[in-house]
Design a protein. Structure first.
Length: 446
């Protein structure tokens, strides 16, 4: 405990790190404030719990979890950062089939700036589309037969204003995320999703407590659930941190009077190189059908598809969702880690894998290992992601199941570990101990 206290004390001794943490905290507070400002024209009194009750067991309930309750509050930040993520997915997928985008991805900083610009344009378009869907849903939502949007307000003006406000809210949240990444600590986009999920934690605990206190669930059953969740958390940590190390031998070479090489280093290949991104990508894609269905609230066919085939708790949804996670795990791993580049860099530095010829053979060897270790990682992600569906079928409340299972759990653990790693890097650079004793050793090794 004293070691942990000393570490936190060291954090605030470093001025740059202290300023970055405070800057990040202020911007996250702004995000939370915007999640409670209701859209103009919506009756906040009738709104209370109406949307939450009607969507808590659906995909919109999961969407609401990602935006920290902003969707059920019909807030100006109701769309959160999800349109930006959807736009990023589209751009990255285009990079695999459109040579122009692929060329931009290889052009370094200039190409990255153009891709960012196109991603922002896509964010505006998707936000406008989803904003229209939210407006339609609000107009057709009632509380005790009374519409939460007064009849006299329902009109073109309400739809247009809702679209503009929600789009502006998304752009502002996107800008806040970029500012956190640049001037704060951690990845801003991921932290915004993280804080939205954590903000729902008290509601999840309260729902379960009410079941236990009301006699709907036995305390022993509740303890079993908590123990099971503990094992899941442990499994998530093991998978996200698991690596396969490949030895690389560097031959001795003499330059003047100095001797270089003659040592063995290791390339750490993570079991889950993609992190939580496959979950976020797949979830963003799965939101699209529900947004489309919301445009047709009076169509019986569309609503049947929404409830029977694309419902968050339906088996067809779970199967498609799991397959998409496996696909995006491989896709994002291929984007984030290029075996050919690694092999070329090793060859330039005089390094080689024992028993493997440098160049193309080395790239194939690394790619083969990466493919094998990514498969169990992707399957694990898929199983944990659909775990909330299984838990809800066993009688667990949707809010509790969504928080402690699958998507939200992976995001919380992954983002927390990445943020702590950045903080620890700042500490180690200034000769302070990190959160883990092995932090300094790991930094020297890699």
């Amino acid at each position: 405990m004293s070691k942990l206290t000393e570490t936190f004390t060291n954090i605030f001794k470093i001025q740059e790190l202290r300023e970055r943490l405070l800057f990040t905290a202020v911007l996250l507070i702004i995000v939370r404030i915007g999640s409670h400002i209701t859209l103009p024209g919506v009756d906040a009194v009738l709104l209370a719990d109406t949307i939450r009750r009607s969507s808590e067991n659906t995909l919109f309930g999961l969407y609401d979890l990602f935006v920290g309750g902003a969707f059920s509050n019909a807030a100006i930040f109701a769309l959160g950062i999800m349109p930006y993520i959807s736009s990023s997915i589209v751009i990255q997928l285009l990079g695999a089939v459109w040579p122009y985008i692929a060329k931009l991805q290889r052009e370094g900083e200039e190409g990255r700036k153009k891709i960012t610009q196109y991603t922002r344009y896509g964010t505006v378009f998707i936000s406008m589309l989803q904003g229209w869907g939210v407006a339609v849903k609000l107009v057709h939502t009632t509380s005790g037969g009374v519409p939460i949007v007064p009849v006299e307000v329902q009109g073109v003006g309400f739809y247009v204003s809702t679209m503009i406000i929600l789009t502006a809210g998304t752009i502002f949240v996107m800008w806040l995320g970029e500012q956190i990444t640049e001037r704060g600590i951690g990845n801003g986009i991921s932290l915004i999703i993280f804080i939205g999920i954590v903000a729902r934690f008290p509601h999840a605990v309260l729902d379960e407590f009410q079941l236990v206190s009301g006699g709907a669930r036995n305390l022993i059953v509740e303890l079993v659930i908590f123990i099971a969740m503990g094992f899941i958390v442990a499994g998530v940590v093991l998978v996200t941190q698991g690596t396969r190390r490949i030895p690389v031998q560097y031959a001795k070479r003499v330059v003047g009077r100095k001797v270089y090489g003659g040592v063995t280093q290791y390339i750490p290949l993570r079991v889950n190189t993609a992190g939580v991104m496959p979950i976020i990508f797949a979830q963003a894609i799965m939101f699209v059908p529900q947004i489309v269905f919301s445009f047709f609230p009076e169509s019986e066919f569309m609503q049947t598809l929404a409830t029977d085939w694309f419902s968050y708790t339906s088996w067809p949804y779970s199967i498609v969702y799991a397959l998409m996670i496996v696909f995006f795990t491989y896709f994002y791993t291929a984007v984030a880690f290029n075996p050919k580049d690694v092999a070329d860099n090793m060859k330039k530095q005089g390094g080689f894998i024992p028993g493997i010829r440098p160049g193309g053979h080395t790239a194939e060897y690394i790619d083969n290992i990466l493919t094998k270790i990514t498969l169990p990682g992707s399957i694990f992600l898929a199983v944990v992601a659909i775990l909330p569906t299984i838990m809800m079928r066993l009688g667990v409340t949707p809010s509790f199941a969504s928080f402690f299972g699958g998507t939200s759990l992976l995001i919380v653990v992954g983002v927390a570990l990445d943020t702590l790693q950045q903080i620890e890097t700042h500490l180690l650079m200034r000769h302070y101990d990190g959160f883990m004793k092995s932090g300094r050793i790991r930094g020297r090794r890699y």
